[in-house]
Ligand binder design. Structure first.
Ligand code: ATP
Length: 314
């Protein structure tokens, strides 16, 4: 059914380098959330902290009511079973075929019989569209197939939470579109809580229920998709529109005067992206896939926002 993750006052540093501080947010149970942020803002560190691979300096991460930052290693081992993680490159074992790669967590963490394992592996391979590829080695398939195999492997223990670390990296736009559809469909089918770290703005605009943005060692904003897509917050606007004008610089933060000048230019409309504040339509689950009940509430919320925007535009 998916569980809620409640993060409060989370701070992480390595030596003197503060990665982010005082991060608080709630990933609602069963919903899809995306975490954005310029390179090096600590998105991967955030994922690793959620799963208990890194210990924060301060703050708590409550999963199903338990603060995982305070658990001992053997207790963490149990909590980690709630998670499925899709690593950037799929993290498959190169010498194992896809079937054995996907069966690996079941053989490692359960006492299921080989026939039961076979049933589960084939079911998950079917869900990600990989039936027939069981004997292939990771080196013999495309990057998109490797991601889907990694996803099937993340699914075999029926996780309550799935973390995706840049699922779209290295894929062409068409494969990214298929993968996004797969993510939306899977979420509707298995109802787990999804958190996706991505740089792909088109995906971030269409796929999630919620969006968060890390910048300058802080969580600038976290909230419903429609709220961030229509936000006037300069960092959020710059990032979601993928443009150079704004507080985010090439390698570091820009000075205040330059930012002010660029924002003023944008305000004049000289370099305004057409429809920059538009509420991109959500990606819907494919035909025949039942939509979770929350979709009605979200659709109403978004329709209301569009009505208000239409009235304001008149
Ligand atoms: N184990 C570690 N020890 C020391 N520093 C680390 C460690 N892991 C990450 N860092 C540092 O933390 C910072 C954030 O890294 P992270 O990989 O989380 O960024 P990111 O936002 O995911 O970047 P990208 O978008 O480029 O993948 C970087 O400066 C990195 O060097």
């Amino acid at each position: 059914m998916g569980v809620e993750i409640c993060v409060e006052g989370l701070t992480k540093s390595f030596g003197h380098q503060v990665i982010w501080q005082d991060v608080s947010l709630t990933l609602p149970a069963g919903e899809v959330s995306v975490m954005l942020g310029p390179s090096g803002t600590g998105k991967s560190v955030f994922l690793k902290t959620l799963v208990g691979l890194l210990k924060p300096d301060r703050g708590s991460v409550k999963i199903a009511g338990r603060d995982i930052t305070r658990l001992r290693e053997h207790e963490l081992y149990e909590v980690r079973k709630l998670f499925g993680v899709l690593f950037q490159d799929g993290a498959l074992f190169g010498s194992m075929n896809l079937y054995d790669n996907i069966a690996f967590p079941l053989r490692e963490h359960t006492r299921k019989s080989e026939s039961e394992i076979r049933r589960i592996v084939l079911e998950k391979m079917d869900m990600v569209g990989l039936i027939g590829s069981e004997p292939k080695l990771p080196g013999e398939i495309s990057g998109g197939m490797r991601k889907r195999a990694g996803l099937a492997r993340a699914l075999v223990l029926d996780p309550e939470i799935i973390l995706f670390d840049e699922p779209d990296s290295g894929l062409d736009p068409v494969r990214v579109a298929y993968l996004n559809q797969l993510i939306v469909d899977l979420n509707a089918q298995i109802d787990a809580t999804f958190l996706i770290v991505t740089h792909d703005i088109a995906s971030a605009r269409q796929v999630p229920d919620n969006i968060g943005l890390l910048f300058r060692r802080e969580l600038v904003m976290f909230g419903p998709r429609e709220e961030l897509l229509t936000s006037e917050e300069p960092v959020v606007r710059q990032f979601l529109n993928g443009r150079m004008q704004g507080p985010i610089g090439m390698a570091e933060e820009k000075d205040a005067a330059q930012v002010e000048q660029e924002l003023a230019q944008l305000g004049n409309g000289s370099t305004q992206t057409p429809g920059s504040q538009a509420l991109t339509p959500r990606l819907l689950p494919g035909p025949g896939i039942l939509r979770p009940p929350r979709w009605n509430a979200i659709a109403e919320r978004e329709a209301e926002l569009r009505r208000r925007k239409a009235v304001a535009d008149v």
